[in-house]
Design a protein around this ligand. Structure first.
Ligand code: LLP
Length: 385
């Protein structure tokens, strides 16, 4: 089975480009609203996954908030219509300029990752005579069982504050006049498909909340559990919407929220991955002694995930129904890691055929680069056609 694409309308379009299925994005957003709404959870879209203007507009219209990790992301979200009171700003290295701009926007919350950052936010807020709302990012030491490069919740990670340093850091926050501690923030990693990792996180948060209540008599109004829900890269046609039902149910079942506490989460990949495909043409078919190579006009500059994380993206030939053959699908960049897939079974392919590299809506277009002086990929939406 292949995805449904308006292939005839692709004919006059220069490749490579990203193609976004608006209907699928809207269905995904509806599912998120229904499933999170059952428990009153608040969802902030992790903008880092895809900051395409139109995507941001569609997501802001759906009512979700935004989780940003740079001043430019905050600006893009304000421009796309996200209300400031639904914007959170995270990141280990926020600069003074970025903090000042976010203070001027009056965003909902800064997710703070170190004691020094907290002091800087306090100073900059004091200079403006405002009070910044902050959440402390805690390193919960929970294994997400995912790729090492996208695991973030283990001890001695560059992210967050370690559990043993947390009580002191909280006491310190309480002495600062221009910050108000309104939450605790956690994030254990990305592309998590084993739901027991989220259960482990809930258990750890419960223990921590008990400890903080006993030691510091502290209950914060907001708990933020980050992102991380995985998508099915193998079967984008059968399973186009991530399992939000189970994801939210796990938190409602295992996390003991205190009275008046709100749960926030920050999905990125699971919101946008499946609605985006990278569309590319076969430039050459090259026969080696054993292998056949399909050299396509997209490269790792357009979609870096396979080269960077060895990640699997399904590849489909949209213009051939001929008997299947096995190919290595490779890009034109002068790097041996510029490979989209090895030993892939595709309908027999020839020069000029149009291929779709699937599940590329998250961490695809946004991570593209101009290496080799290549043009950045364009983007089209299903309702442009
Ligand atoms: N919140 C925080 C604090 C994060 O660090 C991340 C992702 C998210 C939310 C969103 O997580 P998601 O729902 O997308 O799993 N470029 C990599 C992924 C890096 C993820 C970084 N943090 C990739 O292409 O797989």
């Amino acid at each position: 089975m292949k995805g449904v694409f308006p292939v005839a309308r692709f004919e006059d379009k220069e490749t490579p480009f990203y193609y976004y299925d608006v209907e699928l994005l809207e269905k995904t957003l509806d599912t998120i609203k229904t499933e999170s709404g059952k428990y009153g959870f608040k969802v902030h879209y992790a903008v880092k996954a895809n900051a395409n203007k139109r995507i941001l507009q569609l997501i802001s219209q759906s009512g979700l908030g935004a989780d940003c990790v740079s001043g430019n992301e905050v600006k893009a979200c304000v421009e796309a219509g996200f209300p400031a009171e639904k914007i959170v700003f995270a990141g280990v290295g926020k600069t003074d300029k970025e903090i000042n701009e976010a203070l001027d926007c009056n965003i909902f919350c800064f997710n703070v990752e170190s004691r020094q950052e907290m002091d800087v936010i306090n100073e900059l807020a004091a200079a403006k005579s405002v009070k910044a709302q902050i959440a402390i990012r805690v390193n919960p030491n929970v294994d997400a069982h995912t790729h090492a490069k996208i695991t973030t919740g283990l001890n001695e990670n560059k992210f967050g504050i370690n559990l043993e340093m947390l009580p002191d850091t909280i006491r310190h926050a309480q002495t600062l006049e221009h910050v108000e501690l309104i939450g605790l923030h956690f994030h254990i990693g990305s592309q998590i498909t084993d739901m027991s990792a989220f259960e482990d996180l809930c258990v750890r948060i419960n223990e921590l909340q008990d400890e903080l209540e006993q030691k510091l008599n502290l209950v914060v109004p907001n708990i933020n559990v980050g992102g991380g829900l995985g998508v099915n890269y193998e079967h984008p046609n059968h399973l186009p919407i991530a399992d939000f039902e189970t994801y939210f149910r796990v938190f409602s079942k295992y996390l003991k929220l205190r009275a008046g506490q709100t749960l926030h989460c920050e999905p990125g990949r699971s919101v946008v991955a499946q609605c985006g495909s990278l569309i590319t043409r076969v430039t050459y078919l090259k026969e080696g002694t054993v292998k056949k190579f399909l050299i396509v006009d997209a490269g790792m500059t357009d979609l870096i995930r396979p080269a960077m994380y060895d990640s699997y993206h399904r590849i489909e030939n949209l213009t051939s129904d001929e008997a299947e053959e096995t190919y290595d699908v490779v890009g034109p960049i002068c790097e041996s890691s510029d490979v989209f897939g090895k030993d892939r079974v595709l309908n027999k392919s020839k020069r000029g055929d149009v291929l779709a590299i699937r599940s590329a809506g998250a961490y695809g277009e946004i991570m593209s680069s101009r290496y080799n002086l290549r043009a950045l990929p364009k983007a089209y939406f299903s309702d442009d056609f």
